[in-house]
Design a protein around this ligand. Structure first.
Ligand code: PDD
Length: 284
């Protein structure tokens, strides 16, 4: 595994970061995961735009241009032999001379990139697709979930809660009993042929897979969708539930809190939407 750290490519064993790095001490950084299949990325520019937005939201100045990031990513993909990869990018506020909460002046951000193996894209076939099982719990994370922060303890604890009880993911709901997202994915439901997903606000990450799906559905026009608040009652009575992310694409959920979703089978709307996604994802 060849990684990138602060200007150079090197084997991961040689990549060393100071214990004073604020990414390590405070989770003070921004990250991104970009899927790449056989050398072709999905959503590269929207992913980079979200990373720039995140850095600007937390006041990290990293003077790498979009073109420089693209070149870095291409180099990393080829140094790691292509294949199916999640490109992991992280920029932390860097290593100060002491541990002190205020943003330091004149500290260079730490820029790190590596690749992670992801599953090859599967065919959009409801008869062979693996159904996910999810738990549900109240969303206990912070109120700035739109920032893709490396401070993921809230997400990690939620994911673990679902994982420990044998689930693939955990759906989260806010104090008003509305669905937010999942611990490492966005969430969608389908009712009577209509695709529904929560509004993009500070309670959810602006997922790129979510954004691409909505854009593709809008352009295609054959599957109706609405972006609105979704109560947990609607979630439990949904015909289909999906969770989406860069590493899992659109994953159909067939079990929620141990009970079947709809008829308990992977749904036809999922199949139709995932076919469209598979057809158009490389256009982004
Ligand atoms: N997770 N919501 C949360 C909380 C996430 O962590 C993620 C992604 C998503 C989906 O976003 P996108 O479609 O842009 O991947 C939604 C990444 C993959 C991770 O942390 O590994």
């Amino acid at each position: 595994n060849t990684v990138y750290l602060n200007g150079s490519f090197m084997p991961i064993e040689e990549a060393k970061i100071s214990p004073l790095d604020r990414g390590f001490l405070f989770g003070d950084g921004i990250y991104e995961v970009i899927p790449s299949y056989e050398g072709k990325t999905v959503g590269l520019e929207p992913h980079m735009q979200r990373m720039f937005d995140g850095m600007s939201a937390i006041g990290i100045q990293c003077n790498k241009s979009l073109e420089e990031w693209k070149a870095l990513i291409q180099e990393l993909i080829s140094l790691n032999g292509g294949g199916n990869l999640g490109i992991y990018l992280q920029v932390s506020r860097g290593a100060d001379v002491k541990r002190y909460h205020a943003y330091p002046k004149d500290v260079e951000p730490t820029v790190f990139a590596m690749v992670m193996a992801i599953k090859p894209a599967v065919e959009a076939d409801a008869s062979t697709a693996k159904g996910f099982s999810v738990a549900t719990t109240q969303d206990m994370r912070w109120k700035r979930c739109q920032i893709k922060s490396t401070a993921l303890l809230g997400n990690v604890m939620h994911f673990q809660e679902g994982y420990a009880s044998g689930n693939d993911e955990i759906l989260l709901y806010n104090e008003d009993n509305f669905l937010t997202e999942a611990s490492s994915s966005n969430a969608f439901i389908v009712k009577d042929g209509v695709v529904l997903t929560p509004i993009q606000d500070n309670q959810i990450l602006p997922g790129i897979t979510r954004k691409l799906i909505l854009d593709i559905l809008e352009k295609d026009g054959s599957i109706p969708f609405e972006v609105r608040n979704i109560s947990m009652e609607e979630v439990f009575n949904a015909d289909e539930i999906w969770v989406t992310s860069s590493s899992k694409e659109l994953a159909p959920v067939t079990v929620i809190d141990g009970k079947p979703v709809g008829n308990g089978k992977v749904g036809g709307v999922w199949e139709a939407a995932f076919k469209l996604y598979t057809q158009f994802k490389f256009d982004y």
